[in-house]
Write a protein that binds this ligand. Sequence first.
Ligand code: ADP
Ligand code: MG
Ligand code: MG
Ligand code: MG
Length: 392
Amino acid sequence: MTTTAISTYEPLTEAAAIELAAGLLTEGANLECREIGDGNLNYVFRVSDRESGRGIIIKQALPYAKVVGESWPLTLKRAAIEAAALRKHGEFAAGLVPAVYGTDDKLAYTVMEDLSHLTIAREGLIQGKSYPKLSAHIGEYLAQTLFHTSDFALHPFEKKRLAAEFSNPELCKITEDLVFTDPFFDYETNDFEPELRQSVEAIWNNDSLKLEAAKLKRSFLTEAEALLHGDLHTGSIFADDNETKVIDPEFAFYGPIGFDVGLFLANLIVQGITRNREGRETIVRHIENTWDVFETRFTELWESKGIEDFRDVPGYRQSVLQKIFRDALGFAGCELIRRTIGLAHVKDLDGIEDAGQRIQFKKQALRLGETLIIKRSELTSIQDVTALVEEL
Ligand code: ADP
Ligand code: MG
Ligand code: MG
Ligand code: MG
């Protein structure tokens, strides 16, 4: 797709979106458009042909993010980062991300495959869906995207070129603050029910927990291991019983591999907390399978495509996977805590109407978060982790 005649940024209208899409959908099509985004950070237009139903998506970054009623400026460059990350990850996990049809850096939009036949995994999981292939697909996605963009697969020149291309300081700063710092201190971005105050103050007074969170934050800031998605929660995943597609990598950057793994695991854990015994088993299997598939595929890629400097060193792959696992648990712990008491919550917990129940689940999320952070070196298998979820 070619760039349009518009040369300065402006938010698109539905009519403008239809015009942009006209060249991509069938000749003479009878098009309609609807804005379907959540309206906080970005516009998401779905343009479709009234007759065939066939559609495309145009996602446009907005220059301001609306957070708790206030607006803060947020770079439009994230649209280009998102499109480039979808393309780069699509090289290695083609069926697991939407196809990108075009981009415009000035207008900060990406034209991509319409996934409206799928549902956002968080929504489906809350309704009790089991998504039998979710963990196999995400384990595969994680191994393919993270291995292939790491120093285990790339020439160091290419790796450093990509790390520079995907420098994403403004979006990283949001994560640095909201995930690793604010929830551990009495900052005004935090948001929690009064019934949780005692548990929250225990976190603010827990020096050893804060020490570990600081170490994890530094790892996030400094360890440029692979091209991360950067925001891999279940709201960034479209799914049904057969298909899984990862969307929304606007936080993509070179960071520690365990961050993507840990974020996904934490969002499964949150869902597991809210389920009854039987439903929880489904989630426990997904948690275990995510790690198993990731580890198995990562190992295969290491053996078949790994750079020999690392590949041929006895024990090194095991040591790398052990570090990824430990990091993932620490990051998962931070995610559990920040999704419970930080600025951005999850519907899995906040949507529970019974207040007593909701508070109990949130306390469990906080306790599990603390345990994962503090004990991440002692928990050596994924079963050690799922045992904690099953014990609840
Ligand atoms: P944000 O960065 O603002 O969270 P997302 O990329 O997560 O934006 O998209 C917001 C919503 O728009 C999604 O939850 C989904 O409902 C819809 N959406 C986004 N991408 C697509 C797509 N490719 N196909 C269909 N719907 C989409
Ligand atoms: Mg959103
Ligand atoms: Mg999103
Ligand atoms: Mg987003």
